[in-house]
Design a protein around this ligand. Structure first.
Ligand SMILES: [Zn+2]
Ligand SMILES: [Zn+2]
Length: 375
């Protein structure tokens, strides 16, 4: 069963041409063969992606697909665009008319900017509350250091490709049920460079580029939120033919903290308090980002009451004052009473009068809050 083309590209059914192209490029980048050499799935994923793009980027084809699905296309002669290609790299290069094109360049010999790379890191809430650093490791395509990017074993000659005359591109014409399809493809002999080393570089196998493992220490500013991205300019894949490198995006995940729920720059801590303590009043210690802190619980504290610790929340990314920590009181009603406790509580209950249960002029009773929430 073939997956739905819209699902593969991750676009809505009414996506326009630009959305489709953009989705395709960004997904294709992640599957770049230089980075995914060891991932057997990457090739299949890329083929699936490219086919989905082929279908949705052609209005006629898309119409057929929308009405009749994959079957409708194959019965009208549409074939996956990969018949007759060799390795994954060939497929990738052929599809983009030169390996660099997917990274946003125009192809045809000009300078091409390198692609972006994304990595994810996870930090604790405490780390997110202060400036911190994390080490990241990632694979990025760079110039091969052995041949300095020119793909030839150092000291050996390089000649102009005869097949494409040095242009690096070939026109490919395919006949389909929808008419002629003309596409510029990278030259299959020189791979788009227009030049052929007589002795290919032994380190990069003549590609001139190579994925290497890179390590980097990244500064993470205090107050960062979960799922925010930090962009490091120029730390992505190397450019081609003198183009600038791409960027590195560090996706920061802030791990959940069992003590706090984050609400913007505020932190919410739930304090479990036995009912007698809530009635009598007490002092308790609660965790804060700065260590434990003792707070006073007033006599007659009601379920859902909030004690606010000003300025004890998360710092603001923009450097303004810190948020607050809100301590939300959860009054625990005792369970599993012994006979003795039960008797005491029954006696206690008989003594209760209306004044014990009045809301004491307190405007913010649970009922008024419920009314605000649902009214
Ligand atoms: Zn090399
Ligand atoms: Zn050539």
């Amino acid at each position: 069963m073939k997956r739905d083309a819209y699902e593969v590209l991750g676009v809505p059914r009414d996506a326009d041409e630009r959305q489709i192209k953009k989705a395709f490029r960004s997904k294709a980048r992640e599957l770049h063969p230089d980075v995914n050499r060891h991932d057997a799935d990457a090739e299949e994923k890329f083929k699936e992606l490219a086919e989905a793009h082929e279908i949705l980027s052609d209005p006629e084809r898309r119409q057929v697909y929308d009405r009749y699905g994959h079957e409708g296309l194959s019965s009208r002669g549409f074939e996956s665009p990969f018949q007759g290609f060799g390795s994954f790299s060939d497929v990738f290069d052929a599809f983009f008319g030169g390996a660099g094109d997917v990274f946003g360049g125009g192809g045809g010999g000009g300078a091409i900017q390198g692609g972006d790379v994304a990595v994810a890191v996870e930090i604790t809430l405490e780390d997110a509350a202060r400036d911190t650093q994390v080490d990241v490791e990632y694979d990025a395509v760079g110039l091969c250091e052995h041949c300095n990017g020119n793909a030839a074993e150092p000291g050996t000659p390089i000649r102009t490709c005869e097949r494409c005359g040095g242009a690096g591109q070939l026109r490919a014409v395919t006949r389909t049920a929808f008419g002629q399809l003309v596409r510029n493809q990278a030259c299959d002999v020189c791979g788009g460079d227009g030049k052929i080393p007589e002795t290919p570089c032994t380190v990069c196998n003549g590609r001139g580029r190579q994925a290497t493992r890179r390590k980097l220490t990244v500064d993470i500013p205090a107050g960062i939120a979960d799922e925010q991205r930090i962009r490091l300019t120029g730390r992505g894949h190397a450019g081609e033919r003198g183009g600038p490198p791409g960027d590195l995006y560090v996706l920061v995940r802030v791990a959940e903290d069992e003590r706090f729920v984050r609400d913007g720059n505020d932190l919410v801590h739930v304090l479990d308090l036995p009912a007698p303590a809530a009635a009598l009043g007490t002092s308790v210690t609660v965790p804060t980002l700065d260590g434990e802190e003792t707070i006073q619980i007033a006599p007659g504290t009601q379920p859902g009451s909030v004690v606010t610790l000003r300025g004890q929340g998360m710092p603001s990314l923009r450097g303004r004052r810190r948020g607050d920590q809100r301590v939300l009181v959860n009054v625990m009603v005792p369970r599993n009473l012994s006979a003795e406790q039960r008797e005491m509580l029954e006696r206690f209950q008989e003594t209760l009068g209306p004044h014990n249960l009045a809301d004491d002029g307190e405007r913010d009773s649970l009922f008024s809050r419920v009314r605000r929430a649902f009214g």
